[in-house]
Write a new protein. Structure first.
Lengths: 484, 94, 481
C-alpha cells in the first residue's frame, strides 16, 4: 500500500471520503517500520502502543465528520532532540539514555492539537553535532538508497524514515544544514524556516542563534502544511518573532541568482549539473537566472565553527549528572561532573565543547568569537543587499551525493565542508529549502537548495512547489527488496 | 601557527575529564581547526556594535504572572540521587 | 607611613516579584524543597529563558534612585562556571552593558554625610540552595543536598567603586541600600532571610601609592555585625602582611563567624575565567525613554529625602537617619508629634527611646490605634511643662499602650500632677531643713552627697508630687544663702 507516499492533503481527502482510515494508514506505516527499521535504524523508539488508541480516536473523528484539520491522523516522526512529555529525549547520547521528559516542546503541543500521531523518536548525530548520523551513541542510521552510505546528519533518522516510508513526514532541526543535507542525501524535501518563526522551546539547544525546527517531507506541499501548523509567536521563546512583515519575492518572472562561490571548488560535477538543469527549467518558465557573488560565503565554515561550538559549549554545560542524566559518581561534586561528562559525551561533542570553550576563553574572545560575530553581521548585509537584485538564490544543497560510512570520519575538515552550502542560511537567519531533483552518476539522490529573504517562507515554499512540478523527480529507494 | 592550546586548562574550564590519548588527539584536532580560522581572525572588520541575533529581534518581556509547572515529583523524576525531596550530589566544596 | 584600606561592596538584592526572573514559577517562601520548578529554572534540556518585565521595572527604579545612567540598549550575558546549585552551569547575568552605571548613594557615617559611589547595577538570576551534610564542617561533608526553589529568582547586583574607606562606612552603606530597596517596594530587605546578601572586596596600600593593593574577596557575612568585624579583621590581616612585606594573594576568603577570622578557600585563588558572551536566547533589551520616564515618575519618597525633611524639622543628621531606618509609622508619628509639641528633639527621644523601648519589652511591633500622635504629644507636653515628672510620663505612656485613656485626666485622677508652686516648695524646703539640722551641718562640712538625701526628703514630704528638679534648685538656693 502506498498511501504513506501521497501528499498529506490527498490522504486527508481519503480520510474525509472514508476511503481510508487513520488506523489503516498507521498500520501501513508501522508495517513499513517493521520491514525497514532493521536495515535503516531510523527510529530510536516507536510509540506503537499509544498510537493504536490515538489512531482509533482519529478514526472516530473522521467518522463523525469532525476531524481537527488536515493533519489529523497523520503519522509524523520526531527527531530525538525534541521533547515529548512522558517519553525519552536521548539526543542520541549516552548522557541522556535514561532521561524521560516531563514536558512537551511547543511544536509538539501545536501538532498534538492538530491530531498528529507521533510514530516515535528518530536517530541523530549526538546532540545534533554532525553531518552523517555516524556520531549517534546508538549506532548509525543507514541511507535507504544504499545502506553502505550515510543518510546525512544531524537529522539522518528523520530524513531516512520519510524516505523509507515508516513515517509520512518528520520533524528535524537545522543548525548548519541538519535538515537540508540529510533530506538531500535521502532524496526527500527538507525545509529550514526563517529564524524565529518556529518556536525553539523544547528543542534541546545546540547553537541557540542558529537552531530551527523544520519539516522533512515527501513533497513541498506537505512541508508548507506542517510549517504553517507549527509556526507563530511563542511567549516561551524570547527569540520567537512577533512580526513577520517583509517584501515578498515574485512568483512569476522571478530573478534567481546562482551563488558563484558555491559552484566551484569542492562542489562535485553532478551537484553543479543539477543546478544548471534546474536553471534551464526555470528559464523555460519565464524566470531569469543570473550568476551572483557572495564573497563572504567562503568564510562560512570558519564563522560557523566558531559561533556554533561557542554557543553549544554553554548550552551543554547543564549536562552534569546533578538533576538528571547518566551520573558517574566521584568524591566531590566537581569530580562527579567531570566524570559524568567524560563518560556521557561522544568524541565529536567533546571536541566542539572544547573548541567553543577555547574560543570564548580569556585572551581569545576578540580574535575568534568576536571576529566571527562581526563577519556574520557583514554576511547578513551581503545577503540583504543581494536580495535587492534577485528574488531567490539557488545552489546545490550538498557538495556531493551521499558518502560512504567512515569515508569522512578521519578528516574533520572534510566532514565540516559538507555543510558549505547550507551554513550560510543559518548564519543569516533566512529560510532555505532542499528539493530532490535527480540522481547522481552513482544513482544516488541529488538536490538543489533555494533561499529567499527573511520572512518570505510561504512564498519560498510556493515557488519551490512550482519548481518541484517542473522537475518532476519522484524516484524512491527500494529497501529489503520492497519497493517504497 | 597560533599559540599551543593548553588543552588541560580548556578541559578544566569545560568540566571534562580527558585521558592522555584524548588530550593528544584533541589538541591536534583543535589546532588544525584553529589554524583554519587564521584567515578569519586576520580580517579587518568594522567595530560597530553587533547583535548576536541574525535578525536583530525585539525582546518581549513577560508579564509577572506566576503559575505552577512541574510537580515536586516531576522535578525529581530524573534525579540520579535524591533524599527528603532534595537532589543529592557528592560534597561540593565551596 | 600609614596603611590605607580600600573597600568595595558587592550586594545582591532579591526582588519581590511574583514570578522568577526567566520563567513564571512562583517566587515561594516555603519549606518544601523543589516545589516551584519548571524546565527553565531546573535547567532541563530544551528550556528557554524569557525575562520578567516587573523585575526590569524594579531594577530600573533602583538604578534611577541611585542616580545611575540607564543603558537604553543593553543585553544579557552568560557567566559560565560549573557548580551543582547552578542548573545550567551558567548564570544569566549582565557583563558590559548593565542596566545602570555611574551612580551614587548618600549615606550617614557616625552622624556625618558621605557619598558612596556606585559603579554598576545589573540584573541576574539566583542559584539554588546547597546544604552540606555530614559533620558540619565545610571540608568534611559527606554529601550535598540541593533545593532549586530559589534558582532563577531575580537578583539585582549593586557594585560600588572601590572607594569605601572604613568598615563603618561599609555598614552605613548597606543600611542605606537596604532601606532604599524597602522604600522602593522592590525587596523585603531582610538580611536574615537572605533578601540582601553582600561580599566585601578589601585591599590595603601605603598612603600615597597610586595603585590599589591586591584585592581579596570576603564572603559569608550574614549580618551587619559580621560585616563590620570581618572587614576589621581582614584589614588588620592584610596590614600586618603588608608591613612584613609578605605577598597578599588575590583570593576569596570565608568569614568564620565562630572563630571571627577569615580563612582561605583554597579552590578560589586567582580570578576565574567566566567566558562571558551575550546570551543568544535573549535579544537585546531596549529600554525606551518612555519606559524609563514612566518608571521615573513612579519613584516614591526616597530615604535621603525623608532624612532631609527630618533634619529640616530640627533633628541632627544622626537622629534623622535613625528615623529613616525605622519603620514608616515611627517617622510618620514623629512628624505629627514634633509639630504639635514644637520640640523635635524631645519628640524624637520620647518616640525612639521611651515608646520603642516599652514596645520592645512587651514584644509589640506597633502601637494600638488609640495611641495617637495627639495623646502622645499631650504626655510630652505635660512633662515639658513640669506638670508631671518624667517618671509619671513614662507610667502614663505604659498605661496608654495597654488601654485607651486621656493623659491629663489620668494624671489628675492618679494624683500625678506635680507641685510646681515655688512658694509651696520653698515651705517644704524650709521644713525639711528644720527637721534635718544634723544633715545640714554635715553638708556644710563638704558632704555634698547628702543633698540628694534632702531632696528625697522633700519629695517624701510632698508625697511624690513635687518636681524634683525644682525642689533641688530651691534647696541649693537655700543652702547657698
Amino acid at each position: 500500500m502506498d498511501n504513506h507516499k501521497l501528499p498529506i492533503s490527498k490522504i486527508n481527502q481519503l480520510f474525509k471520503n472514508k476511503e481510508l482510515k487513520p488506523s489503516e494508514l498507521y498500520s501501513e506505516v508501522f508495517e513499513r517500520a517493521a520491514n525497514t527499521e532493521s536495515v535503516i535504524h531510523g527510529h530510536l523508539t516507536l510509540f506503537q502502543e499509544e498510537n493504536i488508541q490515538k489512531a482509533l480516536d482519529a478514526d472516530k473523528r473522521y467518522e463523525k465528520g469532525n476531524n481537527i484539520g488536515t493533519l489529523d491522523g497523520i503519522p509524523i516522526a520526531i527527531k530525538d532532540n525534541i521533547n515529548i512529555s512522558g517519553h525519552a529525549t536521548t539526543c542520541s547520547s549516552k548522557m541522556l539514555s535514561n532521561y524521560i521528559s516531563p514536558y512537551d516542546a511547543t511544536v509538539i503541543t501545536r501538532l498534538k492539537n492538530e491530531g498528529v500521531l507521533f510514530t516515535g523518536k528518530t536517530n541523530l548525530d549526538e546532540f545534533a553535532m554532525g553531518s552523517s548520523t555516524e556520531n549517534s551513541a546508538y549506532g548509525p542510521t543507514k541511507n535507504p538508497w544504499d545502506s553502505s552510505r550515510v543518510p546525512g546528519g544531524s537529522s539522518g533518522g528523520s530524513a531516512a524514515v520519510v524516505s523509507a516510508g515508516s513515517a509520512v513526514a518528520s520533524l528535524g532541526s537545522d543548525t548548519g544544514g541538519s535538515i537540508r543535507q540529510p533530506a538531500s542525501f535521502c532524496g526527500v524535501v527538507g525545509f529550514k524556516p526563517t529564524y524565529g518563526t518556529v518556536s525553539r522551546y523544547g528543542l534541546v539547544a545546540f547553537a541557540s542563534s542558529l537552531d530551527q525546527i523544520g519539516p522533512i517531507t515527501n513533497n513541498v506541499a506537505d512541508a508548507k502544511l506542517i510549517f504553517n501548523s507549527m509556526n507563530g509567536h511563542d511567549p516561551l521563546d524570547a527569540t520567537s518573532l512577533t512580526e513577520s512583515k517583509a517584501q515578498q519575492p515574485k512568483l512569476k518572472n522571478a530573478k534567481i541568482g546562482i551563488i558563484k562561490e558555491l559552484m566551484g571548488d569542492g562542489i562535485s560535477e553532478d551537484a553543479q549539473q543539477e543546478v544548471h538543469k534546474v536553471a534551464k527549467l526555470m528559464e523555460s518558465e519565464g524566470h531569469e537566472v543570473v550568476e551572483v557573488s557572495l564573497p563572504l560565503t567562503k568564510m562560512s565554515i570558519s564563522i560557523y565553527y566558531l559561533i556554533a561550538p561557542a554557543e553549544c559549549s554553554a548550552n551543554l554545560s547543564r549536562f552534569d549528572g546533578v538533576r538528571y542524566g547518566n551520573r558517574v559518581t566521584g568524591n566531590t561534586s566537581s569530580e562527579m561532573m567531570e566524570l559524568t561528562r567524560a563518560n556521557g559525551f561522544g568524541p565529536e561533542v567533546k571536541k566542539r565543547i572544547l573548541l567553543g570553550t577555547y574560543a570564548l576563553s580569556a585572551g581569545y574572545y576578540d580574535a575568534y568569537y568576536g571576529q566571527a560575530l562581526k563577519a556574520r553581521a557583514m554576511m547578513k548585509k551581503e545577503f540583504t543587499d543581494i536580495y535587492n537584485d534577485v528574488d531567490y538564490l539557488i545552489s546545490p544543497t550538498t557538495p556531493s551525493d551521499p558518502f560512504k560510512f567512515g569515508e569522512k570520519t578521519d578528516n574533520q575538515l572534510e566532514m565540516y565542508m559538507s555543510d558549505l552550502c547550507t551554513i550560510p542560511a543559518n548564519l543569516v537567519g533566512m529560510p532555505a529549502i532542499s528539493i530532490p531533483t535527480g540522481l547522481s552518476s552513482q544513482g544516488l539522490p541529488l538536490s538543489v537548495q533555494l533561499m529567499s529573504p527573511a520572512n518570505t517562507d510561504n512564498t519560498l515554499l510556493d515557488f519551490s512547489q512550482s519548481l518541484e512540478s517542473l522537475v518532476a523527480f519522484s524516484d524512491k529507494p527500494a529497501i529489503n527488496g520492497v519497493t517504497n | 601557527m597560533a599559540d599551543k592550546i593548553d588543552i588541560e586548562n580548556v578541559a578544566k574550564l569545560a568540566s571534562l575529564k580527558l585521558n592522555e590519548e584524548e588530550k593528544q588527539h584533541l589538541e591536534k584536532d583543535l589546532s588544525m581547526i584553529i589554524d583554519h580560522f587564521a584567515a578569519l581572525s586576520e580580517m579587518d572588520l568594522p567595530d560597530d556594535k553587533i547583535s548576536i541575533h541574525p535578525l536583530g529581534m525585539h525582546l518581549n518581556l513577560a508579564e509577572d504572572i506566576a503559575s505552577k509547572f512541574l510537580t515536586h515529583e516531576q522535578a525529581l523524576s530524573n534525579a540520579p540521587e535524591s533524599k527528603d525531596g532534595q537532589f543529592v550530589v557528592p560534597p561540593s566544596l565551596d | 607611613m600609614s596603611i590605607i584600606p580600600t573597600i568595595g561592596m558587592e550586594t545582591h538584592v532579591e526582588l519581590k516579584t511574583n514570578s522568577k526572573m526567566f520563567c513564571r514559577c512562583h517566587v515561594l517562601d516555603t519549606d518544601i524543597p523543589n516545589e516551584s520548578l519548571c524546565p527553565t529554572c531546573l535547567g532541563l534540556p530544551g528550556s528557554l529563558p524569557v525575562p520578567n518585565k516587573k523585575a526590569i521595572e524594579f531594577i530600573t527604579l533602583l538604578a534611577l534612585s541611585t542616580n545611575c545612567s540607564i543603558t537604553n540598549d543593553g543585553m544579557f550575558h552568560r557567566k559560565n562556571y560549573f557548580y551543582p546549585d547552578l542548573p545550567k552551569n551558567y548564570q544569566i547575568s549582565q557583563f558590559d552593558l548593565p542596566v545602570g552605571t555611574e551612580g551614587s548613594l548618600e549615606v550617614v557615617v557616625d552622624g556625618e554625610f558621605g557619598t558612596v559611589e556606585i559603579e554598576r547595577v545589573h540584573m541576574e538570576e539566583d542559584t539554588g540552595k546547597s546544604t552540606h551534610m555530614g559533620s558540619g564542617r565545610i571540608d568534611s561533608a559527606t554529601s550535598t543536598h540541593l533545593d532549586f526553589n530559589r534558582a532563577g529568582i531575580p537578583l539585582v547586583e549593586v557594585v560600588t567603586k572601590p572607594l569605601i574607606k572604613s568598615s563603618r562606612e561599609a555598614v552605613a552603606y548597606i543600611e542605606e541600600l537596604r532601606q532604599l530597596v524597602i522604600d522602593l517596594g522592590i525587596s523585603e530587605g531582610k538580611l536574615e532571610k537572605g533578601n540582601l546578601r553582600f561580599d566585601a572586596n578589601i585591599s590595603v596600600a601605603h598612603d600615597g601609592d597610586k595603585e590599589l593593593g591586591t584585592k581579596v574577596e570576603i564572603k559569608n557575612m550574614n549580618s551587619l555585625r559580621s560585616l563590620e568585624k570581618a572587614i576589621e579583621y581582614e584589614i588588620s590581616r592584610q596590614t600586618k602582611m603588608l608591613l612584613n612585606e609578605e605577598n597578599i594573594i588575590q583570593e576569596t576568603r570565608h568569614w568564620d563567624e565562630k572563630k571571627e577570622v577569615t580563612t582561605s578557600m583554597r579552590s578560589k585563588e586567582g580570578s576565574a575565567d567566566y567566558r562571558y558572551f551575550s546570551d543568544p536566547d535573549i535579544p537585546n533589551m531596549i529600554l525606551s525613554d518612555d519606559f524609563v520616564n514612566e518608571v521615573k515618575s513612579s519613584i516614591p519618597v526616597l530615604p535621603s529625602q525623608k532624612r532631609t525633611v527630618f533634619i529640616d524639622s530640627g533633628l541632627s543628621i544622626e537622629d534623622a537617619n535613625n528615623l529613616v531606618k525605622s519603620p514608616n509609622w515611627i517617622g510618620d508619628l514623629y512628624k505629627i508629634v514634633s509639630s504639635i509639641t514644637n520640640d523635635s528633639k524631645t519628640s524624637f527621644n520620647w518616640i525612639t527611646g521611651e515608646l520603642q523601648g516599652q514596645l520592645r519589652k512587651l514584644e509589640l511591633k506597633s502601637i494600638p490605634s488609640w495611641l495617637t500622635a495627639k495623646n502622645l504629644s499631650e504626655i510630652i507636653t505635660l512633662v515639658k511643662e513640669n506638670k508631671i515628672s518624667f517618671t509619671s510620663g513614662k507610667e502614663i505612656l505604659g498605661k496608654l499602650i495597654e488601654e485607651e485613656l486621656v493623659p491629663e485626666e489620668y494624671a489628675v485622677n492618679n494624683k500625678l500632677i506635680q507641685e510646681n508652686d515655688i512658694d509651696e516648695i520653698s515651705k517644704m524646703v524650709k521644713d525639711v531643713l528644720d527637721d534635718n539640722k544634723d544633715v545640714l551641718e554635715r553638708i556644710s562640712n563638704g558632704e555634698d552627697k547628702l543633698i540628694g538625701f534632702l531632696v528625697g526628703q522633700i519629695i517624701k514630704l510632698s508625697k511624690g508630687k513635687v518636681n524634683p528638679s525644682v525642689a533641688k534648685e530651691l534647696l541649693l538656693k537655700e543652702l547657698n544663702s
